[in-house]
Design a protein around this ligand. Structure first.
Ligand code: SF4
Length: 480
């Protein structure tokens, strides 16, 4: 077995490749993290299952590092989890603990092996492996300081800088937990992280708790950490609770110990997780994502009613909201838009003409369902608006008599700086436009968005009421 450093250096099945991407017309997820502490279990395979459940959060690269009490081993590459890991790769990752990551880039190069996680660093004789969901706002300055002192970085990512910062702080304090604590006082931004040493796992979240992270217990007595509870479900773990903002949780031979940290004066968890990012079968802070989406649809039918024949959902995230809208309004729900799940973001579209065909590769209306019908079409959000415009044109071309767009998030008028890939403010359709101007540009018969109060009502089952909603309001919990 190669050492960590050797495995990092030797490459894997395929070399990293550059990718051409159009600016996104959705808010795109920015990574999923998963970890298990399970002596006697095949921890790499368990982590692979967890990462497959989180694949919707990132499709550019995947990686797993395992610890066996003495050393860490790591394997990562560009591609989906099932493309990166085969039986040989899994068997080369023994140990009693593992951390894993699926990536969607918001920092550093898009799809290349160097930017894939886990990132590794050495503290004297001890390796650490770090996985991160979020975006750090102040790591460029730290990187420049280190580079001026002669340090070299393998990737352009914020996570690699954080890994080095934690390693240096651990060396200075003589304790991983204290190293993490010290690094947390220096790092600004959104982070849900899991760090592995050869002996133990550490899970921690930024003081605002912007990105999600939860804990579960495994049937055999071990533990699991996941960005979402759907990752716990797939390995048979029982959801215990979410990691609190600012908290550091250690999982080792002596079990799970939690140390509360310096929570920010105001918690600010991402409310958009309920709208779009999270899987509908996940639970965040005690609130079911599926039930929240159903409620968003029902509330929107109250706030923006319309006379129509059918309710359609734009798959997949619009579907639960569409059923909620249908039930509350009494208008029948219909399956009228088919999604091709196999068109990835990294599909290379070399010309503008081909890029503009993007939506037709993904969505296809069913004329036999919608011809001659007045439609209410439920979608999760409007970013640049090009997708909505093309979808409305496709629905009319398929014979729709009327198309009324109903959106279960308020207008996205501000970019996200906390681990989500958005367009710039200038590219956001809602920036500086009225709803009627947006409606005219999209070409729908009517357009309406859920109110912020309505969205709060839909997630009222959560254990707190402190949300980041900066992409709707421009009020950022942390200065970008
Ligand atoms: S700005 Fe806040 S609410 Fe909007 S996507 Fe980013 S973290 Fe979520």
């Amino acid at each position: 077995m190669a050492t960590t450093a050797e495995r990092e250096a030797e490459g894997t099945h395929r070399p990293g490749k550059a990718t051409v991407c159009a600016a996104p017309d959705r808010l795109e997820e920015a990574c999923g993290v998963f970890a298990v502490y399970a002596p006697g279990e095949e921890v790499a395979r368990l982590t692979g299952y967890g990462l497959q459940a989180l694949q919707h959060r990132g499709q550019e690269s995947a990686g797993i590092a395992t610890g066996d009490g003495e050393r860490l081993r790591c394997f990562k590459d560009v591609g989906l989890v099932t493309q990166v890991f085969d039986d040989d790769a899994m068997e080369a990752l023994p140990g009693h603990l593992a951390v894993g990551h699926v990536r969607y880039s918001t920092s550093g190069a898009a799809a290349c092996r160097e930017a894939a996680q886990p990132h590794l660093s050495a503290i004297d004789e001890v390796d650490i492996a770090l996985v991160h969901n979020g975006t750090l706002l102040n790591t460029d300055g730290l990187r420049r300081e280190w580079e001026a002192r002669g340090a070299a970085f393998a990737s352009g990512t914020d996570t690699e800088v954080a890994c080095r910062l934690i390693a240096e702080a651990t060396r200075a304090t003589g304790s991983v937990r204290q190293g993490i604590r010290r690094a947390m006082t220096e790092l600004r931004g959104a982070y849900a992280m899991v760090l592995a040493t050869p002996e133990a796992l550490y899970a921690f979240r930024d003081p605002h708790g912007i990105r999600p992270l939860c804990l579960g217990s495994l049937p055999g007595g071990g533990w699991a950490v996941s960005s979402e509870t759907c990752g716990l479900d797939i390995v048979g773990a029982t959801y215990l609770r979410d990691v609190e903002p600012g908290e550091v949780v250690r999982i080792g031979a002596d079990g799970l110990t939690a140390e509360p940290g310096p929570a920010a004066p105001t918690r600010a968890s991402c409310i958009f997780e309920y709208v779009y990012f999270a899987r509908p079968d996940s639970v965040i802070d005690g609130q079911s994502v599926y039930q929240a989406r159903r409620a968003m649809g029902a509330i929107l039918s109250r706030e923006a009613p319309v006379e129509a024949d059918l309710v359609l959902g734009v798959p997949d995230s619009g579907t639960p909201a569409a059923t909620g809208y249908a039930e509350a309004s009494g208008i029948p729900y219909a399956f009228g838009i088919v999604k091709n799940h196999y068109v990835g973001r990294t599909f290379i579209q070399p010309t503008q003409a081909l890029r503009e065909r993007g939506i037709t590769l993904k969505l296809n209306p069913l004329p036999s369902v919608i011809a001659g019908k007045r439609l209410v079409v439920i979608d999760d959000s409007i970013v640049r608006g090009t997708t909505s415009r093309q979808l409305v044109a496709m629905l009319y071309a398929a014979g729709a008599a009327e198309v009324h767009l109903r959106i279960v998030s308020p207008e996205v008028a501000w970019p996200c700086f906390y681990g989500i890939d958005t367009a710039t403010r200038e590219q956001l359709l809602a920036a500086g436009r009225t709803v009627e101007e947006m409606n005219r540009w999209i070409g729908s018969d009517s357009l309406a968005f859920i109110s912020l109060e309505g969205l709060h009502e839909a997630v009222a089952g959560a254990a707190h009421r402190h949300w980041c909603e900066a992409c709707f309001t421009g009020r950022y919990p942390l200065e970008p």
